[in-house]
Structures are given as C-alpha cells and as structure tokens.
Design a protein around this ligand. Structure first.
Ligand SMILES: [Zn+2]
Length: 156
C-alpha cells in the first residue's frame, strides 16, 4: 500500500523513465498515479464518507488500463516533452502503466505502524513519512540517472 506521495513518486519515475521531461507531463503523471483514489472524494459525494466506495470499481485493471490509456493517448503525459510526431502506442501504454502502478502499490502492505504522533487519513504521520521515504527510494531507483540519458540527436 502506498499513500498519495508514494503513488506520485512512482508515477513520476515511470513517466521520467519513459522519456517524459516536462513539468506538465510529470504533473500529469502525479495525477495519473493517484487517479484510482478518485473514489474517495466520489464516495464522500455519494455516501457521505470516503471509504464506502473506496477500492471498488476504480481499483480494477479495466479502470486503470482504460483511463491510463486515454490519458496517454490524449497526450497529457507527453505534454511539452516531444517535438514532432508522438508515438501514440507508446504514450497509451505509458498511461496504462502509470495508472496501473497504483494497483500494484496498493497490493503491497504498508510498513508496520509506528505508534508515534497524530494520524491523518487513517495513517500515522510517522507512517506517512516512512511511506514517502520508501516509495521515494524506489522511485529514485527507477528514475533515469545522468549517465543513462540518451545522447542528443544531431542533425545530418
Ligand atoms: Zn488506491
């Protein structure tokens, strides 16, 4: 399980690894990585609490693949990252991978609860920090390093 920061870090890292360079594209990856949790505010609207509809239809492979593919196809993730013609298939798969990463991270258990300090959103603040550190470290491993940048294309 990952908290919103974890989903954001992993979403950005996948996007960056797949060539997204713009801030707009990385911001879209943050939204895409957290998109399945849109059921929390929807649950508030429909049921008066954030948990009745949580982890139901938005946490399915069909939702993740469809919404991610649409976001990728629409060019939201590649915004300002590509000059010239976009690869629609690659962008579609990237969107599906980023939204789909949410389901993978949600399937992994939280670290054990650290009973220190107040809690928010059902999670102790210490665990929010640990979650961010844990997924931040994983994102750092995914994120392309300076030595892995492709050489710029030279004309001619
Ligand atoms: Zn979730």
């Amino acid at each position: 399980m990952a908290a919103p920061f974890g989903h954001a870090f992993i979403g950005m890292a996948i996007a960056r690894r797949l060539g997204v360079r713009s801030r707009t594209g990385l911001a879209a990856a943050i939204v895409a990585g957290n998109l399945p949790d849109v059921d929390i505010p929807l649950s508030w609207l429909m049921h008066g609490d954030g948990w009745t509809a949580h982890r139901t239809w938005t946490h399915t492979a069909a939702f993740a693949l469809t919404t991610g593919a649409l976001a990728g196809m629409a060019g939201l993730l590649r915004a300002e990252s590509v000059e010239g013609e976009r690869d629609l298939i690659a962008d579609t798969l990237m969107g599906a991978a980023i939204v789909g990463s949410h389901l993978v991270l949600d399937a992994i258990p939280y670290l054990p609860e650290v009973p220190i300090g107040p809690s928010a959103g059902g999670l102790r603040w210490a665990n929010w920090a640990l979650d961010a550190l844990q997924w931040g470290a994983v994102a750092w491993l995914i994120w392309p390093k300076d030595g892995q940048r492709p050489e710029p294309q030279r004309a001619g």
